[in-house]
Design a protein around this ligand. Structure first.
Ligand code: HEC
Ligand code: HEC
Length: 459
């Protein structure tokens, strides 16, 4: 029989869960760590039935079915995602930052945009510049209602698609977007000068920043000069002529490709939820109970392990920032979208599927390893105050912003008093290991041999 031990609520200040019927004692100061860890604890039996019940209680559910994606649409989207033709100076594609070899991220804290050479951690500064945030993986984005770390591409609670383009995204264009936020996302990196468009040297760079429609139209002119693309667009949208299409058709195709090829619903956890008791190892089962009983799953829940809400979990601020604060190097997160002061430093709860392979972690990649991120939750206030910039790549070390007090003023109250013993950290790590779909580990087959523009494909 599998057994695990519980710390009693009264004796500990670990992430206490309502499901354990503990009074919330996060307001009281935690006892010294040594006495907490030596508390004798009653044992509780972990059973598959109990874990499924806990999951249901926290709203941790399977991924919804993937929508049908027309093969011709996915093919077009794949070509576009790998084709540097979408960047101003034809030197960077979506997948330069979202590399199949790096679990659709780039394996570094912050991405390096257009103008640089090299890939992943080997991509060279100073010709390129740091993008203010970590490139997240592109997994399961069809199941998410908020995209980007600040959720600025989102389906509102009223079912309205909000994007930074506002009214520039016409009703006609919106109608083309079949997969929600996933279909809209491709509209934005192409307009961003640091990511793809560049400041000089091409016809897209000459367009004023505010004029998204002109940028999108210029991209369609580029694509339209390549007969293979015209054919692919018309195959992807049967009965429509390329001349009548907009960049929404391109972005929607990229979204279709991502939803079709990067949705991974076959993890040990999914097999367990579907009824296979032995899909989890004994350790993963214990880990699941820990995750589902501690506060983790009060935020990390739903089908992607994100409540799709925004929280401050005390991650250090590094990199060029989003132009916020007196230094202009701060990143106010969700507040940049809502203008609401209490949204300052809040970022979207990160989805956790395949999290084992998607480091570095946090909105600015400030934390390199998964274990360090899990440990971060233990006295996260002290962790932030003690953050050592030497763990960052050399060119980022001097960018650590001394704004810990401001970040802590906004830290989510759920994290107050949270202390994790090494045993709990290990159990949580065991659970994280149950969230990886083996198919996500090797994505090399997604990189096409060639793209219609004939430009080189990063691999
Ligand atoms: C220069 C590197 C770079 C390029 C090029 C790039 N991205 Fe990204 N991508 C990022 C970064 C950084 C973020 C996070 C930005 C933020 O949240 O503010 C991101 C976020 C995303 C997300 C959101 C994922 C999530 O979980 O919210 C999607 C989807 C995405 N990119 C798709 C694309 C597509 C499609 C393209 C090409 C049209 C593209 N990216 C080009 C770096 C890049
Ligand atoms: C108050 C809500 C909340 C709680 C509780 C919480 N998280 Fe998070 N988690 C977040 C948010 C928000 C982020 C992104 C923060 C950022 O980047 O600034 C995050 C990020 C993460 C990441 C990094 C993922 C990535 O890809 O960058 C991991 C891993 C993680 N959380 C695991 C856990 C575990 C394990 C627990 C329980 C010990 C936990 N979280 C508790 C909200 C929460």
């Amino acid at each position: 029989m599998r057994r695990m031990t519980w710390k009693t609520c009264a004796a500990t200040a670990i992430l206490v869960a309502p499901l354990m019927n503990c009074a919330d004692e996060t307001a009281t100061a935690p006892a010294p760590a040594a006495s907490r860890q030596s508390t004798p604890a009653p044992a509780t039996t972990v059973t598959p039935a109990l874990v499924r019940q806990l999951a249901a209680g926290r709203g941790v559910v399977p991924l919804p079915r993937t929508p049908y994606v027309r093969p011709a649409l996915a093919r077009l989207g794949q070509a576009l995602a790998f084709d540097k033709i979408l960047s101003g100076n034809r030197d960077i594609s979506c997948t330069t930052c979202h590399l199949p070899e790096f679990a659709t991220g780039d394996g570094r804290s912050l991405s390096v945009g257009q103008g640089a050479t090299g890939l992943g951690p080997a991509r060279q500064l100073p010709s390129g510049i740091f993008i203010p945030r970590n490139a997240p993986p592109l997994f399961n984005i069809g199941a998410m209602r908020h995209l980007f770390w600040d959720g600025r591409v989102e389906i509102s609670s009223h079912g309205h698609l909000n994007t930074p383009a506002g009214g520039q995204l016409s009703r006609q264009m919106r109608r083309v977007l079949e997969f929600g936020p996933a279909s809209a996302i491709g509209l934005f990196p192409v307009a961003n000068r640091d990511e793809m468009r560049a400041n000089t040297g091409n016809e897209l760079a000459a367009i004023p920043d505010a004029d998204n429609p002109a940028i999108w139209a210029a991209l369609m002119r580029r694509l339209g000069r390549i007969p293979e693309y015209r054919r692919m667009f018309e195959d992807a949208y049967p009965g429509q002529r390329f001349e009548r299409m907009t960049f929404a058709h391109a972005s929607n195709a990229i979204g279709g490709f991502l939803v079709d090829k990067l949705t991974f619903a076959d993890t040990p956890w999914d097999r367990f939820l579907a009824g296979r008791d032995n899909a989890l190892t004994p350790k993963q089962l214990v880990g699941a109970q820990t995750f589902l009983t501690l506060k983790c799953s009060l935020c990390h829940n739903g089908s992607t392990f994100s409540d799709e809400k925004f929280h401050d979990v005390a991650v250090a601020q590094v990199g060029p920032g989003k132009g916020n604060g007196p230094s202009l190097r701060d990143d106010f997160g969700r507040m940049n979208i809502t203008n609401i002061e209490t949204d300052k430093y809040l970022f979207r709860t990160t989805p956790l599927r395949n999290v084992e392979i998607t480091g570095p972690f946090g909105h600015d990649g400030a934390i390199n390893t998964l274990q360090a991120f899990v440990e971060h939750y233990s006295e996260s206030d002290l962790k932030l105050l003690a953050f050592d910039p030497m763990q960052l790549e050399p060119s980022l070390r001097s960018t650590l912003l001394p704004n810990s007090a401001d970040i802590l003023a906004q830290r989510d109250t759920l994290l107050k008093g949270v202390v994790l013993t090494p045993v709990l950290v290990e159990q949580l790590m065991d659970y994280m290991s149950a969230l990886t779909d083996d198919k996500a580990r090797n994505l090399a087959h997604l990189t096409p041999h060639r793209v219609p523009s004939g430009l080189p494909v990063d691999r």
